[in-house]
Design a protein around this ligand. Structure first.
Ligand code: MCF
Ligand code: FE
Length: 412
């Protein structure tokens, strides 16, 4: 058994408990006790391996980055920001510029950065299958969303077989800590037969499914009215005149699957309501949303509607960092209308409790019976009242000292 003691335990449990001078006890991969007094814990379990993490130390659940694209970790400075279509065009134009070696080392750097920031689990979209091995050997808990997309009905069979080939590879690595899943890229990028295939495949194999949804004004106009900036883009690149589905039909197709909808910055209240009623999930990526979609998720409306949104980094093709603390700080400074008494805790919840729910993980809280997935780090000084801890933690944390997954310490 191991006892980790700290000045502050940010449990993220139902009662939002913060414990001072407490300890987390874990045995094997599970949390077996949470103690309100580290000295008591020590005397109660004299044979346990005891570590006190030092002055101003904090223990909290490890963080979960529900949406990242590891294969897009290169060509970061060549991409165009500020307009979704310009970004997409620059992604397509840059896609062959990277050698295998460069990509592989960029992915390792990206994984290391995530771990150093305290991320213990990821939801990774894999577009080409080049990231599977790196993720499988990362030591992180991985939900690997094999991506499928394609606008051409003629090419649909080839696209499906390429997807199945990648899916079979991920299946070889499948375990409790590595779960194959599916990403249907978006409503605008997949023809009907690919959509149908993705949905049936998710159903038949009980897979988690995610999809980018309502990320830009261009997507809004295109799916609603076959107009806007996507019109010229789709005509020029793919000879398309109309979108494949309307947004409500797209949401209906994915209903009942506990789907994860990424971005939703341009979703309307009706769509958010549909997502909520379906028990589906909303992930936003504030930095990416600012760079590509020029708008943040309406987090206040979402919250008032009872949506427990999730915060994630997205990939390095639309972020300058995979350090999830940067993401939380950007949210703090992006949502200038939201109370600093409320938002910081909501954000912490969004990368722990809510994210665990979306990915179906038994973590995200310091609670007996949860997996021992936790992080420890130190603040530069003491915090007065407990209510200030969440904001101070977000403002001051860059990297963590310990990342523990299933009770085992992982080196960044
Ligand atoms: O989440 C961002 C922005 N929205 C959509 N797609 C991506 C993002 N980051 C990377 N992507 C990938 C996506 O998975 O870019 C490609 C897809 O493979 C765009 S479609 C050619
Ligand atoms: Fe994405």
């Amino acid at each position: 058994m191991r006892i980790l003691a700290a000045d502050y335990l940010l449990t993220m449990d139902e009662t939002r408990k913060i414990i001072r001078n407490g300890a987390v006890l874990f045995d094997g991969s599970a949390i077996v006790d949470i103690s309100f007094d580290k000295e008591l814990a020590r005397s109660k379990y004299p044979n346990a391996d005891f570590t006190y993490l030092g002055e101003n130390s904090v223990i909290m659940p490890s963080l979960i980055n529900t949406h990242v694209h590891l294969e897009f970790s290169k060509n970061r400075t060549t991409l165009h920001y500020g307009n979704f279509i310009e970004w997409l065009t620059s992604v397509i134009e840059n896609k062959d510029l990277t050698s295998e070696e460069e990509l592989s080392s960029a992915m390792q750097d990206a994984l290391a950065q995530m771990k150093k920031s305290g991320i213990g689990a990821v939801g990774a979209v894999s577009s080409f299958g080049k990231d599977i091995e790196a993720l499988a050997s990362s030591g992180l808990k991985v939900t690997l969303f094999n991506e499928i997309l394609g606008t051409s009905e003629e090419r649909a069979e080839d696209i499906k077989s390429d997807f199945l080939r990648r899916f079979e590879i991920t299946k070889r690595y499948a375990s409790d800590n590595f779960r194959p899943a599916i990403s249907l890229h978006s409503a605008y990028s997949s023809c009907r037969s690919i959509m149908e295939f993705a949905v049936s495949f998710a159903k038949e194999n009980s897979l988690k499914i995610c999809s980018h949804f309502m990320e830009s004004k261009a997507e809004r106009f295109w799916l609603d009215r076959n107009r806007g900036e996507f019109k010229a883009f789709f005509k020029a690149f793919f000879g398309l005149e109309r979108s494949f589905v309307r947004p409500e039909e797209f949401l209906a197709k994915l209903s009942g699957l506990g789907a994860i909808f990424i971005h939703c910055t341009h979703a309307n209240e009706q769509e958010l309501e549909t997502i909520r009623n379906d028990g589906a999930f909303v992930v936003h990526c504030p930095t990416s949303n600012r760079l590509l979609g020029m708008r943040l998720l309406d987090a206040e409306t979402a919250k008032n509607m009872g949506i427990e949104y999730i915060t994630a980094t997205d990939g390095l093709s639309s972020n300058y960092s995979l350090n999830i603390w940067n993401e939380l700080r950007n949210a703090i400074f992006g949502y200038t209308d939201l109370s600093l008494k409320v938002l910081p805790y909501d954000l912490l919840k969004s990368v722990t409790v809510n994210a665990a729910k979306a990915l179906g993980l038994n973590s995200g809280k310091l609670e007996v019976g949860k997996d021992a997935d936790l992080i420890a780090f130190r603040l530069p000084g003491a915090v007065g009242e407990d209510e200030h801890l969440p904001l101070q933690v977000i403002l001051h944390t860059q990297t963590i000292e310990k990342l523990i997954i299933n009770g085992v310490e992982i080196n960044g």
